[in-house]
Design a protein around this ligand. Sequence first.
Ligand code: ZN
Length: 416
Amino acid sequence: MSAAEPLRDAAGECDLIVVNVALATMESGAPYGAMRDGAVAVRNGKIAWLGPRSARPRTLRAAVELDGAGCWLTPGLIDCHTHLVYAGDRAQEFEQRLRGASYEEIARAGGGIASTVRATRAASESELLLASERRLRRLLEEGVTTVEIKSGYGLDRETELKLLRVARALGSAHGVDVQTTLLAAHALPVEYAGRADDYVALVCGEIVPAAAREQLADAVDAFCEAIAFSPAQVRRVFEAARREGLPVKLHADQLSDLGGAALAAEFGARSADHLEHSDARGIAALARAGTVAVLLPGAYYFLRETRAPPVTELRAAGVPIAIATDCNPGTSPVTSLLLMLNMACTLFRLTPDEALAGVTRTAAQALGLPDRGRLAAGMRADLALWDIGDPAELAYAIGANPLAGLVRRGNVLRWP
Ligand SMILES: [Zn+2]
């Protein structure tokens, strides 16, 4: 349906119309897919019509009319890579490191990821829910309407499933769409020290099938790195996911180039994430497979990395680029997706248009959700209203939150 096409069945039937807004549709063409003085009509949680106000069909009526006061309307934001469900706290460790303790000293004292795993295993589902919803709330305050949440701090069957259940419960409790990802192959649990292949066998033989059986996972992820799992081990995890019909994603080439991007592409992964060390072969493979590159500037910043992901090469190869918080206690204690827009531009040299597409259109692609991330007829009515004069402000400003209104699936959560 084209924007200006009259809606024969729309007369008197739309639930909602937003008028007096500038639209950042994020459709390709003009930067931001911008459309001045626009209007968006919503029916049954979807966009029924949008276009310039002057083209509004005369028959179009809506039960509720919202005035956007000239603000900008974008798709609801999508954080496509988080580990936000965990227990415990790593602030002390941050402090110890700044006082000179090495990573190894902290790890020997039981710190690092092992401490998060210990606290997470000990926490009940309600304790985890409580700890995680503070982080989720901060994302929602910045216009996030869809968030991906990974497991990966359980590293045993029971706790990995518990994390996925908590992630699902967070979605229902907070009116946000949660996509769950099983990341049992995140790190080697201490009880499997020196027996990584045995742990991978547990992941493939028990944890992946259980998560699939209980319909708790929308995708399967792994961490391919010298400090985590080898390409051969990741391959076994991906094969287990494939047997269950689950799509895959990969933490790839973050600290070294183990060929993670090419491995992700070989399995048709929805996304390959981090990619600081990916080479030309990996980038070409991503382009061929249509795999999204998810860049995580928060972790790059927090770890004080110096090698940025190959943005120029990804762009030249036509690999879609998404941006996410990577919210996690160890390497990216970030709960601001807007800050990631800024860092993607300052640290990785994305344009503000690319950065905004990275948390809308391409983030939806990274999650395999073609029904959102753009403003167009037929898409989900997830709408964020921003009190800004230009969409570049979303990436430009640091520490500002200009969110003025939020609509999710046609339900008005807030409006000025
Ligand atoms: Zn991650």
